[in-house]
Design a protein around this ligand. Sequence first.
Ligand SMILES: Nc1ncnc2c1ncn2[C@@H]1O[C@H](COP(=O)(O)OP(=O)(O)OP(=O)(O)O)[C@@H](O)[C@H]1O
Length: 443
Amino acid sequence: MSDPLVYPKSGRRSQNCPQQTHLKLTENGLVWQENGNRQSLSSDEILGVEKMSGNPLGFVVSACPTIARRSWEPRRSPRTRTLYKKAFICKSEAQRSRWVGAIAAALPDNPRRRWWVAVNPVSGRRRGWQIFEQVRPVLEAAGVQLTAIATTHPGHVRDLVRNIDLSQYDGLALVGGDGIVHEAIAGLASREDAENALKTPIAPIPAGTGNGLCKALLDAATEAYDPIAAALAIAKGRPRPLDLAAIAHRGRRYYSLLSLSWAIVSEVDIHSERLRFLGSLRTDLYAIWQILKLPTYRARFSFLPYDRANLLTENHLKNSQTLEKDWQTIEAEFIVFWAMNVPWSAYNLKPAPLAHLSDGAIDVVAIRRGVSRWQVLRAFLKCATGDHLTLPGVEYYKVAAFTLDPFVQNSIISLDGEAIAADSVNIEVLPGKARVMSLETTI
Ligand SMILES: Nc1ncnc2c1ncn2[C@@H]1O[C@H](COP(=O)(O)OP(=O)(O)OP(=O)(O)O)[C@@H](O)[C@H]1O
């Protein structure tokens, strides 16, 4: 559809705009001229179109385009998005109706419009509700209906999700950190209809301190890590499978979506909570403190290697054990023990660069006794970009299942950031057990 009779309107700046434009609806989106420049919005970016209130000739297109990189931003970093509203004025009401109808018809239908939203107001820097208010207009512009609640106590999301009528919703959005996503999964898994319930699409909106799952999803879609892109995954994305790990510990069964860590990693994860007021700096400072102390933790680690050697490049194989279909056992003093379901454990930490959201494997990064403080510190620093795998002392195992028997009294295991006593744990991968919203074009 192409129409020369459409005039642009840019609010207070309308006097600077050309008198006339030529709006075109192509199979890729909208194209028009403004101040002599060609402007466009692709159909991937357009959220919706609506008649302008107060002007019978106007209509407004809402979109989430990427914004131009600033001069100091690295060229390879993904570009952030913003909510953008573009107003057009038609010559007649009939023409406006034609445009609104044509644009709406050209947008792909969103089969998932009804979302339940839990907002943790105290996660991260206590900006959960503010972040929800930031993304709400994006979702509403896309016609998403929201039923939002604020959590009031730990375990609240798990209890609500256990009892919620899932037939009323197309997905669960979680504004907070990985902790409330973990709770939502626990709630779904504890239902009588768990098998089906776990297929409910989940969408994390980052407001916590770590947000490893959200970072992993956005990074896989080459999107910048920000709440708007996370919300766009609800409006324009598709559900994709996510492996879960089933954990047997002291007769109980847990589900993990992110990580199981022990040794200095769990010490940092759990004990740095007391430095919460420092934001994400808390883990960095606590990690440096632990590396200076360099405690070691004895354990038996038995694992079933995951037979996909082609996923490992030659370089990484140097640090990996031989891949065989049998269980293997290592008894050692560990400094680092970090089992990851996804590449990112936090938005700024990529311990498992070879992990994939649904490859049926858990990636274990370990450092044993015998390396210097300097080497551990280097591995920790390189971990920010996932470039630590080739460093001396860093071991990497891709496994389908494992058992960890810690021989240390009074240590803790961190399961998706929540503490459990360091006792024998059995972990098994449940391939594609859950579903998460993603902007990836090929899944
Ligand atoms: N209103 C509340 N008051 C206190 N704790 C809460 C409340 N709502 C949720 N929680 C608990 O807060 C914990 C952490 O939540 P969340 O994961 O959202 O944030 P975070 O810890 O800052 O983020 P991350 O897990 O990414 O570090 C969860 O275990 C949850 O049970």
